[in-house]
Design a protein around this ligand. Structure first.
Ligand code: IMP
Ligand code: MG
Length: 175
């Protein structure tokens, strides 16, 4: 049987989202912000964050699948759903659920940089810095830095389940 042990409560997430949104509202004052959600994991984080933003916001969504060999740092990211709108001249903020090895975001940023945005910044709900393999990604906004544990909830899944949990937890296997 599985059960989920709470790691970050709903209240803690809400408090942190308020803080993060305050910071983004300051940083983008007088500017327009183009949010790009990385599906599916980023969906709840982006919705909750966007509700707290006071700057002018537009949104787009993309879905990617990563294929990496076990040992090599090369690999590729397949676009399952590409962006709908051009990003040329826009202040892009990529919204991710979690940065683990960093490979997905590193590839994504390189790809999006070719589309002539004004700037690209990264925002992630969770960061697992101990797992980083690719170090060329600078994450501008991190809600929570967590230890090397597999987590679910608030958009993150285990076998597609648990995305709907309003908190973040660790799956435990019990008899
Ligand atoms: P990476 O940074 O390229 O290794 O890929 C990060 C992606 O792996 C995330 O967008 C998640 O989809 C997935 N992932 C990594 N760690 C976890 C976790 O603890 N729970 C759920 N998904 C995870
Ligand atoms: Mg993901």
């Amino acid at each position: 049987m599985e059960r989920v042990k709470t790691l970050i409560s709903e209240e803690e997430i809400c408090r942190k989202l308020d803080e993060l949104a305050d910071q983004i509202n300051k940083d983008y004052e007088g500017k327009e912000l183009h949010l790009i959600c990385i599906l599916k994991g980023g969906v709840m984080f982006m919705s909750e964050l966007a509700k707290r933003l006071k700057v002018t916001v537009t949104m787009d969504f993309m879905a990617v699948a990563s294929y990496w060999g076990d040992t090599s740092s090369s690999g590729s990211v397949k676009f399952i759903k590409d962006l709908d709108d051009p990003i040329e001249g826009k202040n892009v903020l990529i919204v991710e659920d979690i940065i683990d090895t960093g490979r997905t975001l590193s590839f994504l940023v390189k790809t999006l940089e070719n589309k002539a945005p004004q700037e690209i910044k990264l925002c992630t709900l969770l960061d697992k810095p101990h797992r980083r393999v690719v170090n060329d990604v600078i994450v501008d906004y991190v809600a929570f830095t967590i230890p090397d544990e597999f987590v679910v909830g608030f958009g993150l899944d285990y076998d597609q389940r648990y995305r709907n949990l309003p908190y973040i937890g660790v799956v435990e296997f019990v008899d």
